[in-house]
Ligand binder design. Structure first.
Ligand code: NIG
Ligand code: FE
Length: 418
């Protein structure tokens, strides 16, 4: 099956020589082709260019099963890559949302056994089938908003059985969904109440019981720790990242959301693929990141929803760093996986240019998922995960006209998704 998209108003994020990430000043540049075509074959991007260069007869004669899409007035983007979510969860938590409106902080809610522990309690009784069904609905929702690849974390289990259950659910989702999915083991998401005062013992369980089983069943692509005040310490984090390395599982950690926790430096020290949140990022943290291969990832949805300070994205880019932006889709701090909204938030709240926000939600998040050789831009040989917009005047209109879905047609693995 092949697809020829012709008369594309503007084809976004094209690359002759594909890069693995974009950093510093380069983030404000996006290569595009106006009045373009895109040819997709066997699930991959096969060719693209200006309409004037299209040899349509040759393509039609050489391809038997071909669908031609006329994209007049519409743009084509590489699908968004969402490198940080917790979208497998047992139930929504709008009651806490009301508590937050009334003035309780995220940490106060957590201390009362709410927050992550609330989800963990409900997770004990949720069946794998129920979780697969509700998660698939969320995956289908984000597909319609233009996401083509997503990372999903465990972390609402917090017992050996429940963490493995979550990871097995994610493994099933990999087979059931057309999305490219990576699984991250987040046993160290919160300290269960029965381990309070003895948190090292819980970290032992994560390292000695959960991780070996997850590795044995090949359930985890990455490993995560919530390294922050009131959660896991730098020492806990380093132990867990080191344990992951023994199984060749790289870190993607929650760091510096609530304080200058040392999480960023710990992530860098253990060559984490990404450090995420980063509201508390200063000079030292930026310096550590500059010497690393770790992708700084900011989660605007969580900062917005919790009314927190915003990560110093401009300083980070000015210093020459790359920045990635993900949704953090979860029931407590970011109940949305809409990456179009993340792009708008990036522009409005972080004063990022649309080009910077697009790079941060495509190629750089692909890097933060370890898949930027296959996704995150329009390049020959990359997986054909793209979307066609509705009729829009400019690409800047995407973040500007926020709150509505501008994605009209989704193509994943070279097939139109209905
Ligand atoms: O990324 N910061 C830690 N974990 C999640 C919140 C999960 C929850 O509240 O359920 C986050 O924001
Ligand atoms: Fe998170």
């Amino acid at each position: 099956m092949s697809i020829l998209i012709e008369n594309i108003k503007e084809l976004m994020q094209v690359e002759g020589t594909p890069r693995l990430l974009v950093k510093g000043k380069e983030m404000s540049k996006i290569a595009t082709i106006k009045d373009a075509f895109l040819f997709i074959k066997d699930g991959k991007i096969s060719a693209f260019g200006k309409m004037s260069e299209l040899n349509k007869d040759e393509i039609l004669f050489s391809t038997s099963d071909i669908q031609v899409i006329n994209a007049t007035g519409r743009m084509v983007f590489p699908s968004f890559v969402d490198s940080h979510t917790h979208l497998v969860y047992p139930a929504s938590r709008e009651i806490e949302y009301i508590d937050k409106i009334k003035g309780l902080s995220y940490e106060e809610i957590a201390r009362r056994g709410g927050g992550i522990l609330n989800s963990a309690k409900l997770m004990q009784d949720a069946s794998e089938d129920e979780l697969v069904e509700s998660s698939l609905k969320r995956l289908n929702e984000i597909i319609r908003y233009g996401t083509g690849a997503v990372e999903i974390k465990s972390g609402y289990g917090l017992t050996v059985d429940s963490e493995l259950k979550m990871l097995r659910v994610i493994k099933r989702l990999k087979h059931l969904s057309p999305l490219t999915i990576k699984a991250t083991f987040l046993g160290a998401h919160s300290i269960p109440l029965e381990y309070r005062g003895n948190q090292t013992k819980y970290v032992d369980t994560v390292i000695n019981e959960m991780l070996p089983q997850a590795a044995e069943e090949n359930l985890a692509d990455y490993i995560d720790v919530f390294c922050d005040t009131g959660f896991f310490t730098v020492e806990d984090t380093e132990r867990i990242l080191e344990a992951g390395m023994k199984y060749n599982i790289r870190g993607k950690i929650h760091a510096n959301e609530l304080d200058y926790s040392g999480g960023i430096q710990a992530g860098v020290k253990y060559n984490a693929l990404s450090v995420d949140h980063l509201e508390f990022t200063g000079k030292k943290e930026i310096e550590a990141l500059l010497k690393s291969e770790t992708m700084p990832t900011v989660l605007p949805g969580a900062a917005f929803f919790l009314g927190m300070r915003y990560a110093p994205v401009r300083e980070m880019m000015d210093a020459g760093l790359p920045v990635a932006l993900a949704s953090d889709f979860n029931p407590g701090s970011s109940p949305s996986g809409n990456m179009q909204l993340i792009v708008s938030m990036a522009c409005i709240l972080y004063k990022m240019l649309p080009e910077e926000a697009i790079n941060a939600t495509t190629i750089n998040t692909a890097y933060a998922m370890g898949i930027s050789d296959k996704l995150g831009s329009i390049a020959v040989g990359k997986k054909a995960n793209v979307f066609i917009t509705s009729e829009i005047p400019t690409y800047e209109y995407m973040p500007y006209y926020y709150g509505t879905n501008k994605v009209e047609t989704v193509i994943l693995n070279g097939e139109v998704i209905n």
